[in-house]
Write a protein that binds this ligand. Structure first.
Ligand SMILES: *Cc1c(COP(=O)(O)O)cnc(C)c1O
Length: 391
């Protein structure tokens, strides 16, 4: 069948038709006034989605990975120390990038499934009275394990030690779907991409810089050319992907029209339905504690001796539905249901139903309908529909 099936991978995410149309544009001269009418609203929209008044927004033709590189190369120098937690594949890859750029990464190792522990950040910052640590890095939502970390708590750890380090957050799989507060959490650099919460095709690295991060640029000596934010100060320094930027402006409008609070509540409700299903199946999340449960992706542990990758392959081959596999340490041990971006209760139900069929086909002891029924109870209990939420 060649028609469009929803995907349940944690990026790229499903695209609203209106966004697809907005991205499909005739050729435009990016030196024209018309382009200004696209890039300016796109940046203003991103700033609002970041919940910031004064973040400088930079948008590169790249992906989230390019955003990581933008963050470190524009603010740091070779040999600088960075303090960073590792609890999954994405935090791992950002650490690897730091090391390959000649930064000295002080790595706080966590279990894959554990949220980043602010008290461990605090301990190290407390000992660093010479302020050799130049940046504190954290991944808000570890997409590989479906683990949310408490960014506000890490901010508090920095403040409590009066440490001047820059605070850099990977929000690639949280921004636009989960509550992310650039100003309130005093984030200095926030990194995301187009193909997750913004519901766009891949192709944009989206980055916010605080005034403090902007001030760090002039002394930062890491080499940078393509990702130099200074070059972004004037007209676009090379050819921008105009259609994607037009889509981004619309994506921001859509998120802001829905209302960020409503967007976050929608993802929280969808995620609790997915978790109710997982519980009904008798399976467990990779995320160890409720505080660590992600509202955008659920990584589900499969029974010992079962290869979780078979679920992804079977669902794709039999039902034309994509689920996420396990990465790195959790390869073969988890499969992931992505529920970020353009996702509704009813879409989530179809993903849950597909996961049930797939697991039953593969011989796991799953009662068909059990997860769907558990999620339905959550989704029926929407505010305003007169149905009391199940206990
Ligand atoms: C997807 C993702 C990335 C990588 O983004 P790309 O756009 O694939 O480069 C980085 N961090 C997190 C948390 C992600 O989910």
């Amino acid at each position: 069948m060649s028609f469009q099936h929803p995907v349940f991978i944690p990026g790229p995410t499903n695209m609203p038709e209106a966004i697809r149309r907005a991205c499909d544009m005739p050729t435009m001269d990016h030196r024209s006034a018309a382009f200004e009418g696209i890039i300016t609203p796109a940046k203003d929209g991103v700033r609002k989605v970041l919940q910031s008044d004064d973040a400088e927004v930079f948008i590169f033709p790249a992906t989230g990975t390019g955003g990581w590189e933008t963050a470190i190369t524009n603010t740091l120098s070779p040999g600088d120390k960075v303090l960073v937690g590792r609890n999954g594949m994405f935090s791992h890859k950002w650490i690897d990038m730091c090391q390959r750029h000649g930064l000295e990464a002080i790595v706080l190792e966590h279990r894959w499934g554990e949220g980043l522990d602010a008290s461990r950040y605090a301990e190290v910052l407390c000992e660093d009275s010479a302020h050799e640590i130049k940046a504190v890095l954290a991944t808000h939502n570890e997409t590989a394990t479906g683990v949310r970390s408490d960014i506000k708590a890490i901010r508090t750890a920095i403040d409590d030690t009066n440490h001047p380090a820059l605070f850099m957050i990977d929000g690639v799989s949280s921004i636009g779907s989960m509550d992310f507060r650039f100003d309130e959490w005093k984030v200095d650099v926030a990194v995301t991409g187009s193909q997750k919460g913004f519901m766009l095709p891949p192709g944009l690295a989206i980055v916010g810089f605080s005034p403090k991060a902007m001030a760090a640029i002039s002394t930062a000596k890491l080499p940078r050319t393509y990702f130099d934010v200074v070059d972004m100060g004037g007209p676009f320094p090379y050819t921008p992907p105009v259609g994607l930027l037009n889509g981004l402006a619309l994506a921001c409008d859509m998120l802001l029209d829905e209302g960020l609070e409503n967007v976050f509540a929608r993802h929280a409700r969808i995620a609790s339905g997915v978790r109710a299903a997982i519980d009904a199946w008798g399976l467990e999340l990779c995320a160890e504690t409720p505080a660590a449960y992600s509202d955008t992706v659920s990584a589900i542990l499969t029974p010992k001796g079962f290869n979780a990758a078979d679920i992804c392959a079977h669902a794709a081959n039999t039902y034309q539905v994509a689920f996420g596999g396990g990465l790195g340490e959790v390869a073969g041990k988890v499969f992931r249901i992505g529920h970020l971006g353009m996702m509704s209760d009813v879409m989530a139900l179809s993903g849950i139903a597909t996961a049930e069929m797939t697991m039953a086909d593969l011989g796991l002891n799953i009662e068909l309908g059990s997860g769907v029924a558990a999620a339905q109870e959550i989704y029926r209990a929407k505010p305003g529909n007169g149905i009391k939420k199940a206990a």
